[in-house]
Design a protein around this ligand. Structure first.
Ligand SMILES: [Fe+2]
Length: 201
């Protein structure tokens, strides 16, 4: 099986009060686990594709067979998106963006507050399930986008460097319909060191 569920680097309760332990337990242990299982199932009869990384599969999604393409978008996408989401969070958060990332955020958005507002706005405008992203293109230009369901920015040739899950399963137990409150709280647990590393410039 090509994909496995990655362990969390922190306890399920470690992100409280911003994300509660029950949400983390179900989100990681049930939702993410199901994406991994279903991604592996989709690749069962496709040994050549099993050799590719999840990221490579998404970047070349148009080359995959019609019969499994949507399953790969949903489940390899779900696996990659959630793996990144867990990595992006850390108990107590991690200071603020530094170095070239900080400069790029200031140059592109005007500052960190404006970036947060743009990500929150994209997350609020995502109707139904999806993600709000900070992405980088090949030239290192930053942009905020939103995708539906588990669609990955990698499918558009963009590199996600920060992403927040706005599916109801990410917040409903604690925040119910208050997506805006969840988004506002989420910034308290962002690990900017990881974001900077993903920006990689
Ligand atoms: Fe999720």
């Amino acid at each position: 099986m090509p994909f496995t569920l990655p362990a969390l680097a922190y306890d399920v309760a470690a992100l409280e009060p911003h994300i509660d332990a029950a949400t983390m337990t179900i989100h990681h242990g049930k939702h993410h686990a199901a994406y991994v299982t279903n991604a592996n199932n989709a690749l069962n009869d496709h040994s050549a594709l099993q050799a590719l990384s999840a990221e490579a599969l998404l970047a070349k999604i148009s080359d995959t067979p019609d019969s499994i393409r949507q399953a790969l978008i949903n489940n390899v996408g779900g696996h990659v998106n959630h793996t990144m989401f867990w990595e992006l969070m850390t108990p107590g958060g991690s200071k603020v963006p530094t170095g070239t990332l900080s400069v790029a955020i200031t140059n592109t958005f005007g500052g960190l507050d404006q970036l947060k507002a743009a990500v929150n706005d994209a997350g609020m405008k995502r109707f139904g399930s999806g993600w709000s992203w900070l992405v980088s293109d090949a030239a290192g230009t930053l942009k905020v986008i939103s995708t539906a369901n588990q669609d990955s920015p990698l499918m558009q040739g963009l590199t996600p460097i920060l992403g927040v899950d706005v599916w109801e399963h990410a917040y409903y137990l604690n925040y119910q319909n208050r997506r805006a409150d969840y988004l506002a709280a989420w910034w308290n647990i962002v690990n900017w060191d990881v974001v900077a590393k993903k920006y990689g410039r």
